[in-house]
Design a binder for this molecule. Structure first.
Ligand code: HEM
Length: 498
């Protein structure tokens, strides 16, 4: 009897899900019974698979993984429509991070009023500090200088692995901004911080399965959540004494003394203690915000810089053209500044092209519908997952003539009109590396500043080269969540001692 009842119940459940949920969603591949497209996702890279499907199904389609539906957006217009104009597609849902790591606090996995308020506040502080009390540019240049010293100390002949050193430099930049402190390279604290940040940024595939069903929750630790919890606890352990010191100082400080994000946050938290929204400013929320900023602001920028060094190493003419541009606009007498960028179109085009080729977060971070909603005439039920396949935009041959090649000047530069002969950067809005709208990256300006300043500092000092025996730069990368560059070793040939 049971052998008959179990399959019958499963079949009824499957039919129910299929006919109720799938009815109004955008059309997409049928996949296999029960498992949907899971077998394809298991053997192909998610972004590449979605980009293939977009050729058949267009701007917006749905895939099914088991009983779980994912709506995939494949054009800038569709992404903007869903993420900026529709307030109901701005949730995160019960993703593994919310359920097991942050309890829905912080920014990246928070929702509703908590998310809106905290995001607004963090953006304001990052913006104010960027132009005011914390000298972002000075901090970045100082860290780039220490990185250059460490490269020089290794001599010029042999290839060196750059990702570990860059991780330390970038963790120090974000650490200085968030809690006002840097650690010495290779110190125990910095190594612990960097390895915990890296762990959290490389969630194993099993963790993603937890986003699709609560049935697997009892297996969470085994699927990889255990390691992520340990990494998050590790960062918390490092931050707790720093928070305690900041708290002890707070009463002594006036507005001008709030010289890092943590001081500013603590002052704001104190202000909210007597207000009705005090519960969204509690200590756990503060800690999760700090951790979110550290996690989201570290491996992303580090990986983009590795991509930049790799792509420039594979194209000496481009590298030389940017170096000459820097020499004529910035020169040797002062450090570079982001205010130079409008007069550095070649560098600007290289930064765009690095963001395009790397497509670092190729399907962004999944969004979730917080209520039933409509998108392009389709009905999306509460809880539907919506993904932006930004990889698809970066490979659009109608915009980028050679989508798989590194061609910054061909793809992003044009000669200005009226015979001025001036170079102009175009197509910037054709890729969305930081996503778009209500949940777009809050660190975009900082990340762009770091990429611009690290490159403008290092390029006049070193010629980047691929190691002997490697003929081509990596243009594909690996990883579905983060597309990291596979080439990590480079030769840094000193040009001059500045
Ligand atoms: C090249 C470097 C970076 C890239 C490519 C990048 C990309 C992204 C993407 C694609 C998202 C998801 C947006 C969405 O859900 O639609 C995101 C979210 C986020 N990023 Fe970045 N990011 C970078 C650097 C940074 C930095 C430096 C910080 C910190 C200052 C940061 C903080 C965040 C936060 C807090 C979120 C969550 C926003 C929210 O849920 O409202 N990111 N980022």
């Amino acid at each position: 009897m049971l052998e008959f009842l179990i399959p019958l119940t499963l079949a009824c459940l499957a039919a129910y899900w299929y006919f109720t949920w799938n009815r109004c969603l955008p059309p997409g591949p049928t996949g296999l019974p029960l498992v949907g497209v899971a077998p394809w996702l298991a053997v192909k890279r998610r972004d590449h698979y979605f980009t293939e499907l977009a050729k058949q199904y267009g701007d917006i389609f749905t895939v099914r993984v088991g009983f779980f539906y994912i709506v995939v957006l494949n054009s800038a217009e569709a992404i903007k429509e869903a993420f900026a104009r529709n307030e109901h597609i701005a949730g995160r849902g019960l993703c593994a991070f919310t359920k097991f790591l942050s309890d829905g606090k912080g920014i990246a996995s928070a929702e509703g009023v908590r998310h809106r308020e905290q995001r607004r506040y963090c953006l304001r502080v990052l913006r104010d500090f960027g132009f005011g009390r914390i000298n972002f540019e000075g901090t970045i240049i100082e860290e780039a200088g220490r990185l250059a010293d460490s490269i020089r100390a290794d001599g010029s002949a042999r290839p060196i692995r750059i990702d570990g050193r860059l991780s330390q430099a970038i963790a120090n930049v974000i650490g200085r901004i968030v809690y006002g402190r840097r650690f010495e390279y290779n110190s125990a604290e910095l190594r612990r911080m960097v390895s915990a940040l890296h762990e959290l940024n490389s969630a194993p595939g099993g963790v993603l399965l937890l986003n699709t069903t609560s049935l697997l929750d009892p297996l969470a630790d085994w699927l990889g959540v255990g390691k992520l919890k340990a990494a998050r606890d590790g960062i918390r352990d490092l931050l707790e004494p720093i928070v305690a010191e900041h708290q002890a100082d707070l009463d002594e400080l006036d507005e001008d003394g709030l010289t890092d994000f943590l001081y500013a946050y603590l002052a704001e938290q104190k202000r909210h203690r007597s207000l009705p929204d005090a519960d969204i400013w509690d200590d756990r929320q503060m800690m999760e915000v700090l951790i979110d900023l550290m996690v989201a602001g570290s491996d992303t920028t580090r990986s983009t810089l590795v991509w930049a060094i790799n792509l420039l190493s594979g194209s000496q003419p481009v590298q030389e053209a940017v170096r000459q541009e820097l020499a004529s606009v910035v020169g040797d007498a002062r450090p570079p500044s982001t205010s130079d960028l409008p007069r550095l179109p070649r560098l600007d085009a290289v930064i765009q092209e690095v963001l395009r080729i790397s497509a670092l977060v190729p399907t962004a971070v999944p969004h979730c519908c917080t209520s039933d909603t409509e998108l392009r005439g389709c009905q999306l039920p509460l809880g539907t997952m919506v993904m932006a396949n930004t990889h698809c935009l970066t490979r659009d041959a109608d915009v980028f003539a050679n989508p798989d090649q590194f061609d910054p000047f061909g793809h992003f530069l044009t000669v200005g009109d009226e015979g001025s002969g001036q170079l102009q950067v175009v197509n910037k809005d054709k890729i969305l590396p930081f996503s778009y709208g209500r949940r777009s990256c809050i660190g975009e300006s900082l990340a762009r500043m770091e990429i611009c300043l690290f490159l403008s500092y290092l390029l006049p000092r070193f010629r980047f080269e691929l190691p002997p025996g490697v003929t081509d730069a990596d243009t594909v990368g690996s990883g579905a969540l983060f597309n990291t560059c596979r080439q990590k070793e480079f030769v840094f040939r000193p040009i001059k001692a500045l």
